[in-house]
Design a protein around this ligand. Structure first.
Ligand code: SAH
Ligand code: DHB
Ligand code: MG
Length: 217
């Protein structure tokens, strides 16, 4: 086994332990992951511990309206929907009608569908029709457009809005539009006077990755 494989195995085992020990509330959302796998969607949703972090950030921010870019099968969406509570709402943008259909069915099944609106299409086409402000924005779609998604997040924000960017470390050393998009977004996080940000490396069931968290001044 390579050192990387051994590390990922250890980090996965530890994520399992943390999930069972610290977040019993994750189990109820497992059917969303199962439906995603059965639907043939890629296995790239946030982990349970990361999903719970999204939920916690939503509640800490006191966000009643959340915007997500990149729905996949609705797993992160479900955590965000839990965070806004029954009176809140999540707007989530998804390119693929197939992914959106899987997410819709799962969120309805989980009893969270009433508070989630899914807009299908390329996010840069649907964002002009989205109305803010949002208390939290989670950016997790095509990485090449991360810089533009950050622009939109700011446009749809108010002071105190939390912006979370996923996968800011994954494949950052590979050349190409994805790494370029993420690097441009990270540079913006560090230089835009409206943003107060950090970026964290993470390990776990998804291997070596990272996420950035910012608050709008
Ligand atoms: N947030 C999800 C994972 C999202 S995976 C979770 O953690 O559970 C990334 C998603 O972004 C995929 O479903 C992909 O179809 C979608 N996507 C890719 N390009 C997009 C675009 N231009 N606009 C909107 N969604 C896009
Ligand atoms: C990939 C995308 C993601 O959003 C993620 O969380 C993990 C992996 C990917 O494209 O491989
Ligand atoms: Mg992601």
């Amino acid at each position: 086994m390579s050192t990387d494989d051994a590390n990922t195995e250890k980090w996965s085992r530890t994520d399992g332990y943390l999930e069972r020990t610290v977040l019993p509330d994750a189990a109820e959302l497992t059917p969303i992951r199962d439906a995603q796998a059965e639907g043939g969607l890629p296995d790239i949703a946030v982990s349970a511990t990361q999903g719970k972090l999204l939920y916690l950030l939503t509640t800490i921010a006191g966000a009643s309206r959340v915007l997500e870019i990149g729905t996949l099968g609705g797993y992160s969406t479900a955590w965000l929907a839990r965070g806004v509570g029954p009176e809140g709402s999540v707007t989530t943008l998804e390119f693929s009608p197939e992914h959106a259909a899987v997410a819709r069915a799962s969120l309805d099944e989980a009893g969270l569908g009433d508070r989630v609106r899914i807009e299908v299409g390329p996010a840069l086409d649907t964002l002009p029709f989205v109305t803010g402000p949002f208390g939290l924005v989670f950016i997790d779609a095509d990485k090449a457009n991360n810089r533009q998604y950050l622009d939109w997040a700011l446009r749809l924000s108010e002071p105190g809005t939390v912006i979370v960017l996923d996968n800011v470390v994954r494949r950052l050393d590979e050349e190409g539009p994805d790494a370029d998009g993420t690097r441009a977004a990270l540079e913006r996080l560090g230089t835009d006077p409206r943003l107060d940000a950090t970026a964290l490396q993470t390990v776990g069931i998804k291997g070596w990755d990272g996420l950035a968290i910012a608050v709008v001044r």
